[in-house]
Structure formats: C-alpha cells, structure tokens
Design a protein around this ligand. Structure first.
Ligand code: MOS
Length: 746
C-alpha cells in the first residue's frame, strides 16, 4: 500500500523505512507519562469554574459556600489572582492571542474561566466550583453568523490580505459560457484531542516547572515569561507526549496559564485538567464560514473566472479569521481570480488554528463549486480538473518547488476505479438498493518551514546523541526524527540516543502548520552533518588516520565509520578517531529555517487528490462513506507508516467534516448546546470502512536539504468536498452545507 521514494537510499538505512513508533509500547502499556499523569509531592487539584453566560459581568460568587467545602485550600478570582506583568489582552506580535486570566469580572463567552478552585482532591475542587453558584449581569449575546454586523478585516489567518486577486471577475464571468454562483456553509467545529489541555505547575523560587502539552515549547516559554515578568530561562516546560493537538495546543492557552497562576497563589504544585465540556470556549475552535463561489468556464471547459468570497466569524475581543481562500490561490488558474473576506464578531471564544485552517473549510466550497462547474460543462469532474489545474501558482505566478498533482490524480483515479464516463446522478444502486455515488476533490497545503535548532553528539563509544525540544503528538514525529538523526550520524537507529520533549533542549519551533518534520528534521540533519564534519576534521588532518588528506574529496558517514568519498575502502571508526584525538565526544549545533531565496522564487505546497464512494439510503437519507482513496505527493517520505497514518487521520477528519461535526449555539443563552462528547459528533470506527492512502513519489529539490514537505493537514483538505460531490452523484442533490444530515436528502 505504501510506496517508498527511491532516493532515500543515499542518506542511509533508516530514512524511508516504515519503522514503528519508538514510544508505541510505552503508550499502549500506559508507561508513557502524559502531563496529567504527573503527581509531584504536595500537589493540589485545581478546577475551573466557567461562565454559564456568553456576555455580561459576574455579579456574585458564593465564596463562603465554596470555601466551606472540606478540602478546599483557596479560590482564585480576579480579587486575589497573582498580578501579571503583561496584561493578557496585550498583543505584542501577531502570533499572540488574548487570554482570559481572571483580569476582571467581564464575561466574553460561555465557559470563560471566572474562578479557579484549588483543593486537596479533584472531587472537593469540583464540588466547590459548583457551590460558587455565580450570578451575572447578562447582556444579550450574538453567537450566530447571521446575527452579527459584518466588517471587512484587514487580514485573515496570520497576515493574509483579506482581498487579493487579479483580472476582472465580472468580465470573466460575462465571457464564460457556463457559470455557477453557489454558496457553501461550514459550521463551527471544536478541537477534541483525546487529551484535554492539562497542566501540572510547580514554582521553585524564581523557577517555574510545567508539565503540559504544547505544540511549541519555545514560543510558550516566551509567552509565559512575558505574562509573569520572568526570564524565559527560568521556565522549564516538559511536553514529551501530546494526546493530539490539532492546533489547540499551538499557543499556550488561558487555562494552562491559570494552572501556573494557581500554583503561584498557593505556593504548591497544582494540577489543572480541562473537562471535555470546558474545551468549548477558551482553547479555540474553527470558525463558521459562508463562502460564495462564482465561477465561469468556456464551452470547452476552461476556467475564466474564480471569485471566492468568505464570511467568517471571530470573537468580540480578538481576531482569528479562517483563511478560506488560500486553496483558491493555489489550485486553478483563471484570468480573473479573486478572494475576499468579511467577518462577524461573536460572543464566543476566539477561533484558532484547527487542522488545515483555511484549506479544510475553503476546499469544501472550492472543490464542490468546481464539480458543479464541471457538471454545467458536461465534463467528467476528473477531466475538468486535469484540464484546469495550475502549472504555476495562480495567485503569485510563481512556479512550484515541485508538483506531482497530475500523478496524484492519475494514481488515485486508477486505484479507485474512476470511470472515463461518470454515470448520471442517481443512477447507481448497490445490491441492497442503496444509492451509490462517486465524488472527488483536490488537496493542497502549503509546505512551510519555521526556525529550529538541534544538537548532535558523537561519543567515544561510537554512539550518538541527538537533542531537540520537539513534540510527538501521536503523529510519529520522534520516530521520523530518530531516523533522520541515525542516517545523519551514519549509525543504526538504536545507536542514537534521541532526546526530546523538553524546553531546555534546542528549540524545535512549532509542531504545526504541517511543518514539524521539515523544520525540526532539517535542524537535526544540519546538526548531524556538523557533528560528522567536526569528527572528520579530527581525522583528515591527522597523518596517522587512513582518512588523512581526504579533506577535499570529503567523507561519507556510514556504519559508525567515516569513509573517503574518493575511495570507500579507506575508512576509520568513530571510536578510533575519538580515541586517537583523546576526545570523549564531538558535539555540534544545527539550525534550520525557510530558505528566503526559495520563498522569493517558488511556491511550495503539498498536493493530493481524494476519491470517495458513498451509499445513501433512498428512504432514510442516511449517508455512509463506503470507500476513500487519497493520493498525496509531499516530497520525501521519512517514514511511510507514519505518513500513511497522517493521511488516514486527515481523511477520517474529512468524513467527520462532511457528515458529523458541528457545534450548535443556543441563540438566547449563547451556549453550545452540544458542547461535550455525547452530542458533538465525530466519526467512529463504524463510520470508516475502507481508507487507502497512496504515497506518490515526489522529489522536491528546493524546499530543504532532505526534500521534506508537510503531511499533517493535507489529508483533511478536499476530502469533505469529495464526499459532498459523491452525495450529489448518488442522489442528484447538491447539499451546500456541512455536516450533511439526513433531512437534507429526504
Ligand atoms: Mo496545526 S492547525 O498548525 O496544529
């Protein structure tokens, strides 16, 4: 099922192999210690009290009743919360979001923290939080897109202009023989990683030690240091494992900081874990969108205009706007191309990055509208895409660093059995009489690189150490990094001690934006290369070494030896080199960052194509996805097992996007009415019959030394669109909002 790129061979024996997760046994046996598994001596339990109303003021808290609960140690409110150096509403850079840290009695959304109870037991804290029985001065909330006042934001996502394009859309539409003007809607979705946000915080004098899941420990450290007015070097974050992040753990969240404040207040270690229902507010979500797509094509099926207008939501007090138009910048060229946005402020928590922010929602509208246009042109949806996909990035006009989208279309279609002639809609039934339909979608996600550092050491016994403060959130990053480390040092994987998951190691940047493998992996590769160079310098300048004089030709590191590149029969072991030099080890630092020349001249993206089969009950309207095939090209594959499972995860999320996920808000109270796992639906095993991911080989010579692009988010892109298109094919109905419910098909 998994193809391996051939060029991995030159790097060694580890990269490209489907190794199993390093921490897999620890995880399945329960030995792996997640944040909430920590119990330092003297630890107390903190429980958040969250607002029940969406807008107003806290009028009263029954502190006496709560304090009377046996076991209660302290109740943290705005009156006694430790003073912060930086106001939580201050923003000193764009990658910073406003936090609710008990700064005043204002309520800005449901589940906003209004107090924190600290007690000897979780039960006592939970009961005391209930006894607080808050009363409020309530103001009428706005929680639905239709109820708010629209405005035009300056930027969306992180600094994406809210209006971009070229050409004349109206002229392009007039010139078209076929047009579609359709509006697609996607709901608010909430991150539900298996592990809720958790923090165990301990102050030791000026020092703060925190066990907490974080997708970016370096950034978290700086944020925490700013809030508490301390030296970042006095903060140690331990984040070895994350039970999923999906963007909700990208920036340190308010509740995590509240745990640190609580520990400071009582002078003892404190644990604070969010309940599932408490995650519907203070830790981000995917904002609701309404996307109007106006497209035109000639009679021959050539795109003439693409206008993608998004209305989305943000909170009353901060800005994060789902950059839905980004996929429309990348996939299909048209002489007239435009993306634009409006936004509405709601009394909810601020939306945030959520797996494939922008592309996930945007591709629903884009891929469905493209399908509708193909239908209008009387063309097979695959043929239409093959005719129209971009050879250079449409918005920027830049060539791609690499692009194997055609291979993705072809290999995916072949595996799926996509027909040259799509049977008419509502014409296919299976043996059980279920309406059957096929649909497809295109996937794209930027191949981002951030900044990272790493350290590599070769020891006198010939083994290696590689250190980087990276995260494993279930995606298998550590396994892939250890593979890169081993090949970089010319060792087997079990000869390298790979150390990670702590903020006192070199900063790995952020495990987000699908850039972790490329970023941290490149830093590791750079560090190992530097360590090998340092080792080589000890040998090539020493007359006693068989490598003497190999300085110009260079050396190859393999099997714990350095070999002359011009004569691979002449080599020397790491052990011998270090022994003769009288050294216990050699150590080197490495760095990585996006290449500015590449960024200037190229557009870097991963690509893919998704094919879906659905079955729809003609009487009940029930939809089942019966088959999904995705084909993805994302540069070098470090570990095909992990990469395949990233694609599976994304595609399965696409099923949830199409059929299950939606947070519904009560208009009067502003409360999420399904803000828990009982009623917020996500797909379960029974919803996922057959998923296949094809790893399409792709060599990217520009993106980074190893040619790694991202795989974490692209699986969700295009999948929901493919399913909606398959539902149309099965039923003849274009459902233009997600999730697709039975009533839409009756
Ligand atoms: Mo991802 S939404 O960048 O964690």
């Amino acid at each position: 099922m998994t193809a391996i790129t051939g060029s991995h061979i030159r790097h060694g024996s580890n990269i490209g192999q489907p190794m199993t997760r390093r921490e897999g046994i620890a995880k399945v046996t329960g030995a792996a210690r997640f944040a909430a598994d920590n119990h330092p001596p003297g630890m107390l339990y903190a429980v958040l009290a969250g607002s029940h109303v969406a807008r107003g003021r806290v009028a009263s808290l029954d502190l006496a009743a709560a304090k009377a609960q046996p076991g209660v140690v302290e109740i943290m409110t705005p009156a006694n919360a430790p003073a912060l150096t930086q106001h939580p509403d201050e923003k000193t850079h764009p990658f910073m979001f406003r936090l609710d840290l008990l700064q005043d009695d204002r309520v800005r959304y449901v589940n906003q923290p209004i107090a924190v109870v600290i007690a000897a037991t979780l039960e006592a804290a939970t009961e005391a939080a209930r006894l607080l029985a808050p009363t409020y001065e309530v103001e009428a909330p706005t929680v639905r897109l239709d109820d708010g006042k629209k405005f035009v934001p300056e930027t969306v996502g992180l600094g994406v202009p809210s209006r971009e394009g070229h050409g004349d859309i109206e002229a392009g539409l007039r010139a078209a023989d076929q047009r579609v003007d359709v509006t697609y809607e996607t709901p608010a979705q909430y991150h539900n990683p298996m592990e809720p946000h958790a923090v165990v915080a301990m102050w030791e004098g000026e020092r703060l030690i925190v066990d907490t899941p974080s997708q970016g420990m370096g950034m978290a450290k700086v944020r925490i240091a700013g809030l508490f007015g301390m030296d970042p070097e006095n903060i140690l974050i331990r984040s070895p494992y994350l039970g999923g992040g999906f963007g909700a753990k990208g920036m340190i969240s308010g509740p995590q900081v509240l745990g640190m404040m609580a520990a400071k207040l009582v002078g003892r270690p404190v644990k604070l874990v969010l309940r599932r229902d408490q995650m519907y507010g203070p830790v981000g979500h995917r904002g609701q969108t309404r996307q109007r797509m106006r497209l035109g094509a000639t009679a021959a099926g050539a795109l003439t205009a693409l206008d993608h207008h998004t209305v989305t939501t943000t909170s009353r007090f901060d800005d994060f706007l789902e950059p839905c138009g980004r996929a429309s910048h990348v996939l299909y060229p048209a002489d007239a191309l435009s993306t634009s946005y409006e936004a509405v402020r709601l009394d909810t928590g601020t939306p945030l990055f959520m797996r494939a922010p922008g592309e996930a929602s945007g591709s629903v509208a884009l891929e469905c509208a493209i399908d509708e246009l193909a239908e209008a042109c009387g063309m097979n949806p695959l043929a239409f895409r093959l005719k129209n996909y971009a050879e250079v990035e449409p918005m920027s006009g830049k060539p791609f660093t690499s692009k194997a989208l055609r291979d993705c279309y072809e290999q995916g279609a072949a595996r799926f059995g996509w027909p040259a002639q799509l049977p008419p809609p509502r014409s296919m039934r299976d043996a059980n009489g279920l309406l059957t339909g096929w649909g497809m979608g295109t996937a794209t996600f930027p191949a981002l690189m951030f900044q990272a550092a790493a350290r590599a050491t070769i020891r006198a016994d010939g083994t290696g150490v590689v250190e980087i403060g990276a995260q494993d959130m279930g995606q298998g990053a550590w396994t892939a990094f250890a593979q890169i480390a081993a090949d970089g040092l010319g060792l087997e994987i079990d000869q390298v001690d790979f150390r990670s998951g702590r903020s006192d190691l070199p900063d790995a940047g952020i495990a987000g934006g699908s850039g972790h493998a490329a970023t941290a992996g490149s830093a590791i590769y750079d560090a190992t290369g530097a360590a090998i160079a340092a080792l080589a310098a000890l040998a090539t300048g020493d007359e006693r070494s068989p490598l003497f004089g190999a300085g110009n030709a260079g050396v190859v590191a393999r099997g714990g030896h350095l070999w002359r590149r011009d004569d691979e029969s002449r080599g020397e072991s790491y052990r011998d080199i270090l022994a003769r030099a009288g050294r216990a080890s050699v150590e080197a630092q490495g760095q990585s960052a996006g290449n500015p020349v590449t960024a200037q001249n190229y557009a870097a993206h991963s690509h893919g194509a998704v094919f879906a089969e659905v079955k729809v009950d003609p009487e009940l309207g029930q939809v089942r996805v019966s088959r999904l095939v995705g084909a993805y090209a994302a540069g070098r594959v470090i570990n095909p097992r992990m990469v395949e499972s990233q694609y599976f995860g994304g595609m399965i999320w696409g099923v949830g996007f199409a059929l299950h996920e939606e947070a519904i808000f009560d208009r009067r109270s502003g409360r999420p009415v399904n803000g828990n796992f009982a009623e917020y639906h996500v797909p379960v095993n029974a919803d996922i019959p057959s998923v296949e991911a094809i790893l399409v080989p792709e060599h990217d010579p520009h993106i980074n030394a190893l040619g790694i692009k991202g795989v974490g988010e692209i699986g969700i892109v295009g999948t929901a669109g493919a399913i909606l298109n398959a539902i149309w094919h099965a039923t003849g109905k274009r459902v233009r909002s997600t999730p697709v419910r039975l009533e839409a098909l009756l």
